[in-house]
Write a protein that binds this ligand. Sequence first.
Ligand SMILES: [Zn+2]
Length: 339
Amino acid sequence: MNAPPLVCPACDKPMAPGGSKSGFDLWWCAGCGMARADVRGREAEIAAAYREMTARQGSPGASAYVRDAAANRAKSERFAARVIARHGRPDRVLDVGAGYGFLTAAFARAGCVVTAVEPDGARAAAVRALGAGPRVRVVADFLSAAHVAEADPDLVLCQDVVEHLPDPAAVLGCFREAIRRPARFCIRVPNMASWGSRRMGAAWWFMSPPEHLSFFTPAALRGMLERLSHRVEEIATVAETGELTNVLAHLLKRIAGRAPPTDFGGGETGRQPVYFAPQARRSAVGRAARALLWPAAATLRPVMAAFMRGDNLHSVSVLEPAAAPAASASGAQARGARP
Ligand SMILES: [Zn+2]
């Protein structure tokens, strides 16, 4: 391999190449366990994959996010209520990668002014359509320092966004010069040190380049945030029933000799990355098996949650503005997120 090594965003050290998934080479950090997919020279291919996904989903109405609108809305309301109960009501929120806008709407309903940054046109339209009123401003673009400065946030939401970025530190690095007051960040990324990830390796459902490109462990997320001058208040994981169902389904498939490979040898190259595959493609047998496993997983969950590390990593951190504000915050462009 002639390309220079990718650098760990947490440790700032060269990473080592090792295996691949879905045709993308992976690089690993020996220090913190972080992994990154190598996308160099493949940006156009990734943009095309996202366009294909959007086209396949048809309208935002065809997306699982919107089909489960009531559940997503309730989940977002609970999240907003938790954040506000814990840290007080933020004044201005920046929702990075707002998706279909459930969180944007929840914080707007709670009385916050919210800027929703969402590069995908159909999703940006969905955020607008959710109709959270004059307190919401939608920016249909990739995040830039200029957008941050304009949003002037005291709360930044990055939920299920950072893992999509080929260079997360570059994108999150645009904040420090652009904010004018301390901002609290609530970040959620898949946890590569989870119980499911440890057991399933390459078959882990979040290991899905080119959709997901950066894979964090708790140490990696903390390390990256601290390198970016954040004061980390909390790093936590929660095991949910769905991931237990997935692990149980994988173990059953393994007994039946039908489990996908868990090593990173690249043998699964032809397989569709999980998220890009339409949900309807899951076989009737697979869906039935999961439905049967659900009660078992739900029963086990409280026990397992006590000692297993869940699939999602939540962090809360605070970033202070740079001591001497830059003359022009719009100079640095950070592009990334969902093409
Ligand atoms: Zn590292």
